[in-house]
Ligand binder design. Structure first.
Ligand code: 2DT
Length: 214
C-alpha cells in the first residue's frame, strides 16, 4: 500500500481592515497548537525582509512608488517566501496566514489605475501555492470602521476599503468559507476552527497542493 505523506495545511484569513484577521489568526494558531497540531502564524506583507522593509516604508508614506511597481513588490515578497513556505508545509507544519495574494489583487485593483485591473493584478501571483482553505471574514466597511476607525497607514480609508471589499466579492470562489465577522470573537473562532480542523485532516490524508489560480 502506498504510504501517504502527511503535510501541513495552508489556511488563509482574508477580509477588509479591522475585520478581526489578526485576532482570529492568532487565536486559531493557539487553539491548533493546544490540540497538538504543529502550527505557525505567517503574515503578508512580511515586513522583515529587505523587500518587506521597502513595502513597510511605502505603507507608512515614508516613500512613494509607482502603483504597478509596489504591486509587483508585494507579489515578490510572496515569491521570496515561497520555498520556505512550501518546505514548512512539507515538514507537516500547518501555516495560518494573515493576508496573501487576494489582498494583493483586491487592494491594487481598488486604486482604479488604468491598466491595473483585476486580471493584470492577478498575473504575478500565478504559480504561487494556493491556500487549502480561505476564511473570508465578512464585515461591512461601516462596521469595521466603527471598531475604532482605521489606522494611519496608506489604504486605511473607508472609500478604499469599500472598493477592496467589492473586489473580494469578485475574487471569492465557491470553495472559500465566508464567515460572518460581526459575531463575537468566540463565535467567529468556532466557525474558523471547524474549517481549519477539516483542512488539517485533509492535508494529513495527503490532499494535493494546488497553485494560483487553479
Ligand atoms: P496589514 O495591515 O495586514 O499589515 O496590511 N496589501 C497587503 C497590499 O496592498 N498588497 C498585498 O499583497 C498585501 C499582502 C493591505 C498592510 C496593507 O497592505 C495591503 C493592507
Amino acid at each position: 500500500m502506498a504510504s501517504l505523506v502527511a503535510r501541513g495545511a495552508f489556511i488563509l484569513f482574508e477580509g477588509v481592515d479591522r475585520c478581526g484577521k489578526t485576532t482570529q489568526s492568532t487565536k486559531l494558531v493557539e487553539a491548533l497548537k493546544s490540540s497538538g497540531v504543529n502550527a505557525e502564524l505567517w503574515r503578508y506583507p512580511d515586513r522583515t525582509t529587505s523587500m518587506g522593509q521597502m513595502i513597510n516604508s511605502y505603507l507608512q508614506s515614508k516613500t512613494e512608488m509607482d502603483d504597478g511597481a509596489i504591486h509587483l513588490l508585494f507579489a515578490a515578497n510572496r515569491w521570496e517566501k515561497r520555498a520556505a513556505m512550501e518546505a514548512k508545509l512539507a515538514e507537516g507544519v500547518t501555516l495560518v496566514v494573515d493576508r496573501y495574494s487576494y489582498s494583493g489583487v483586491a487592494f491594487t485593483a481598488a486604486k482604479g489605475i488604468p491598466g491595473l485591473d483585476l486580471e493584470w493584478c492577478k498575473s504575478p501571483e500565478v504559480g504561487l501555492l494556493r491556500p487549502d482553505a480561505v476564511l473570508y471574514l465578512n464585515m461591512p466597511v461601516e462596521a469595521a470602521a466603527a471598531r475604532g476607525g482605521f489606522g494611519e497607514e496608506r489604504y486605511e480609508t473607508s472609500d478604499l476599503q469599500k472598493a477592496v471589499r467589492a473586489n473580494f466579492d469578485k475574487l471569492r470562489e465557491d470553495w472559500w468559507t465566508i464567515v460572518d465577522a460581526t459575531g463575537t470573537v468566540d463565535e467567529v473562532h468556532a466557525a474558523c476552527r471547524a474549517v481549519a480542523d477539516d483542512a488539517v485532516a485533509k492535508c494529513v490524508a495527503g490532499a494535493p497542493y494546488a497553485r494560483l489560480w487553479d
